[in-house]
Design a protein around this ligand. Structure first.
Ligand code: MN
Length: 328
């Protein structure tokens, strides 16, 4: 009997300032949660940790936030593999990676980002580490791309029995249709045994679909939007047990509440419809300012980005005006 334990967390969105409507210090709360997550990993004795992306809320957070992140991740004392989330790079351009906070963590060896340009998006976890033997487990990462939901074929994974495959996707993988581009989990043609995903901050726990694939999204560690619902941030522990006689691989997937997370740290008076939109536009404009894309290319992309974020023609018009203004 051999056993491997993996920890999964996603969408931390670490930042220095508190999102509008939060009643606490977001920064203080987020790092408190990150230390609490480290305790979960230690208590469960996980062998590896996986991040689903959006570790930071922007590609270039203040150095003090980066410093504190390095400090907490090192205190976990675990090997960490990470996907690239939609907030982790500039203008959805992978070539911007080397000037991002996540890029610095990767370069410094604090964590390992998979699927960088010219590099593999797959890793086979060590079968033997220290004195312990593990089952064969492959991790396959599908980083965020601007077109991810439009090309579900790129997420298809062929059968590679008898190994156990875990696919990590930063994109809108959902259980029920939503009014923006998405991938319906039951329609995804994957032979992964387990699909871990981030990006949809509400999460939907653990669901097994008809073709036998288990999907899991524990929801974001950081709560940026006041959805009006109380949700306790969670992480996931995946236990993979291999029976030496039958060679069966058994997976156990547990959702664990992060101890000490506040109940619902939002001001009730905040307009629930406007608040998340304001934050998205602010982030979008930040990317517009910092991106290297020519304005003409960006203008072509705006209607698509606006559609992806669920905005109408007024937002597109405003964005066009801002870009025209920026050029003069
Ligand atoms: Mn996110």
């Amino acid at each position: 009997m051999t056993e491997m334990k993996l920890g999964f967390f996603t969408d931390v969105h670490a930042r220095a300032t508190s999102p509008e409507g939060r009643t606490d210090s977001f920064r203080e709360s987020i790092f408190k949660k990150m230390y609490a997550i480290g305790e979960i990993w230690k208590q469960s004795n996980v062998d590896y940790v996986i991040c689903g992306g959006d570790l930071f809320d922007s590609p270039e957070p203040p150095n003090s936030v980066l410093y504190e992140m390095i400090d907490v991740l090192k205190s976990w004392n675990k090997e960490i593999y990470s996907a690239i989330g939609s907030h982790d790079y500039f203008g959805y351009q992978l070539k911007s990676f080397d000037r991002t906070a996540l890029g610095i963590l990767h370069c410094a060896g604090v964590l390992r980002v998979m699927g960088l340009e010219g590099e593999s998006n797959e890793v086979r976890l060590d079968v033997k580490k220290r004195d312990k033997m593990y089952p064969h487990v492959d991790l396959v990462f599908n980083n965020h791309t601007y077109w991810l939901e439009q090309n579900p074929k790129e997420l298809e994974l062929p059968d590679r029995f008898p190994e156990l495959v875990i696919q990590v996707i930063h994109g809108s993988v959902v259980m029920k249709p939503v009014p923006f581009p998405h991938i319906l989990a039951p329609t995804l043609n994957t032979h992964a045994n387990l699909v871990l995903s981030g990006h949809i901050h509400q999460g939907w726990g653990v669901k097994k679909v008809a073709n036998g694939v288990t999907f899991c999204n524990p929801g974001s560690v950081g709560r940026l939007e006041n959805t009006g619902e109380q949700r306790t941030p969670q992480v996931v522990i995946v236990t993979i047990i291999k029976d030496d006689d039958s060679h069966d691989l058994i997976q156990k997937i547990e959702l664990i509440d992060i101890p000490g997370a506040l109940g619902h740290p939002f001001n009730d008076k905040v307009d629930k419809k406007i608040n998340p939109q304001v934050q998205d536009v602010a982030r979008f404009l930040q990317m517009v300012q910092k991106t290297n894309i020519e304005a003409v290319d960006l203008k072509q992309q705006i209607p698509l980005i606006a559609e992806k974020l669920g905005y109408g023609s007024e937002v597109i018009e405003t964005a066009f005006k801002l870009i025209e203004g920026a050029k003069t």
